[in-house]
Design a protein around this ligand. Structure first.
Ligand SMILES: Cc1ncc(COP(=O)(O)O)c(C=O)c1O
Length: 472
């Protein structure tokens, strides 16, 4: 019997290069720790308490707050997930209306469900060539706020998984003209603002609450994240209260020490580490200009948005290579593990802990795969990644608890979903409970399934059936 511990211990020897999170990239030359058992304690004398920090943990958090220049910073030991739940609940009362980027992560939808919120959606532009979302347009935020004066909070994801950064400054101004707070899911942007090659963090562009997965793009352990809060519209006390409810009362000292390591290292080395990181990425992108068939995403199409170059998005659209084949060839022929694939692209995730050898291996692999790839005529087909605007017939909290029946997936068009449907990653629901399913969506999901992308969220693990609300 192989146990998880042995498998993890043996994996290092396989020499697979991690083009994925966590951002420390298992770079043990930069980061190490003694045996974690020797450091795993609980709230004993002298070691403070995360929920009411007044000593060593407070000092550590204070370092992070200063580094990120926030008014208030909190350590999270359950990822950005808990930050999104706490932040959204702190900014709303039950059943409030919220304006939400429809491309948000499922944690945002879970907060909406738990607080019984009424979402109005912002649909970002869709980049058909790459099959991913672009930015949320500020003017669309303005239009929606004018149309829905009862909105109490605006929630956006920026950067997206693919590195698309919305114009947070303009959006924050539009929100603040109306006294509405802006919460930004910056799970993919804990590294922003440390060097001019990367876009500025939402925190410095007017957002009121910003949540960052420090484990994704910075060198910290999986599960660790930060919630930052700016003074003004949002009650910091409410954020604190919800975090006290939602985070464990026994937060891991090993995880917290990992955040502290990440912060202290960044304070001491950020200038040289980020300068070297920017150079490595620039060199990599320069080399990728030799690609003839594969494409590398080079930023959003709109003038109002920015792009985070830390995400290397490799497009296979218009070639005879599928994203799944790209992923397999990188893994089995070149020992490179990507972060994720969608139907049209794969993502290699970088951080300042990547090695020269890691970039070289990826560049060499992509150039070689490119040579063995050919261009083909792109077939027009529906893709649920461009979420069809499904009519919302009920709120999620109503739909999940409504009497339901189970119908074959292929016959669900016209019915109201009682379940979420999503791909993971990226974890963006393509159907939310309460939305009316249509043929375009169902066919698109089939196309994704054929491309080897696993559907998640359905209670029926074989994906043959779906729960829909019973007709009355
Ligand atoms: C955009 C986005 N937000 C939030 C999350 C949740 O973050 P965490 O895994 O730190 O809980 C993810 C996870 O991938 C994400 O992609």
């Amino acid at each position: 019997m192989e146990v998880l511990f042995d498998k993890l211990a043996g994996y290092k020897k396989e020499d697979v290069y991690p083009m994925h999170m966590p951002g420390h990239k298992r770079n043990t030359k930069l980061f190490s720790m003694p045996n974690p058992y020797a450091m795993d304690i609980t709230e004993i004398d002298g070691f403070d308490n995360l929920h009411e920090p007044e000593d060593i943990i407070l000092e550590s958090i204070e370092r992070a707050r200063k580094l990120y220049q926030a008014d208030h910073t909190y350590y999270l030991v359950n990822g950005s997930t808990v930050g999104l739940l706490a932040g959204i609940m702190a900014c709303t009362n039950k059943r409030d209306t919220v304006l939400v980027g429809r491309n948000c992560h499922k944690a945002v939808y879970n907060a909406i469900y738990l607080h019984e919120l009424q979402p109005v959606y912002l649909y970002p532009e869709f980049n058909g060539a790459f099959g991913c979302y672009e930015q949320v347009e500020p003017e669309e935020v303005r239009r929606q706020l004018e149309e829905h004066p009862d909105v109490r909070l605006v929630i956006l994801t920026s950067p997206t998984y693919e590195g698309v950064v919305s114009d947070i400054k303009a959006i924050a101004e539009i929100c603040h003209e109306r006294g509405i707070p802006l919460l930004v899911d910056e799970a993919h942007g804990a590294h922003l603002g440390f060097h001019p090659y990367f876009p500025e963090s939402a925190l410095h562009l007017g957002a009121d609450v910003v949540i960052q997965s420090i484990h994704k793009t910075m060198p910290a352990f999986t599960q660790t994240a930060l919630l930052h809060c700016m003074d003004g519209i949002v009650s910091n006390q409410r954020v604190k209260d919800y975090l006290a409810m939602l985070q464990s009362s026994s937060p891991s000292y090993v995880l917290m020490a990992g955040i502290d390591q990440c912060i202290t290292y960044t304070i001491a080395h950020k200038d040289e580490a980020f300068a070297a990181y920017a150079e490595q990425l620039k060199d990599f992108y320069e080399e990728m200009k030799q690609l003839r068939n594969l494409t590398i995403y080079q930023g959003a199409t709109s003038e109002t948005s920015a792009w985070d170059p830390s995400k290397i998005v490799i497009g296979v659209s218009g070639t005879n290579l599928s994203a799944e084949q790209l992923h397999e060839r990188l893994l089995y022929e070149y020992k490179i593990q990507l972060e994720m694939i969608s139907k049209e692209y794969g993502i290699a995730m970088t951080s300042f802990c990547d090695t020269k050898e890691g970039y070289e291996r990826l560049a060499k692999a992509l150039l070689s795969i490119d040579q063995k790839t050919a261009k083909v005529e792109k077939q027009e087909e529906t893709t649920p990644y461009c979420i069809p605007r499904l009519p919302k017939r009920k709120n999620a909290y109503e739909a999940v608890h409504a009497p339901y029946e189970v119908v074959p997936f292929a016959e669900a068009a016209g019915r109201i979903s009682a379940e979420y449907i999503y791909f993971y990653p990226p974890g963006i629901p393509i159907a939310v409970p309460g939305e009316e399913l249509n043929q375009e969506l169902l066919e698109g999901i089939e196309a994704f399934k054929k491309a080897g992308i696993r559907v998640r969220g359905l209670k029926d693990e074989t994906h043959q059936t779906i729960r829909v609300i019973k007709r009355t």
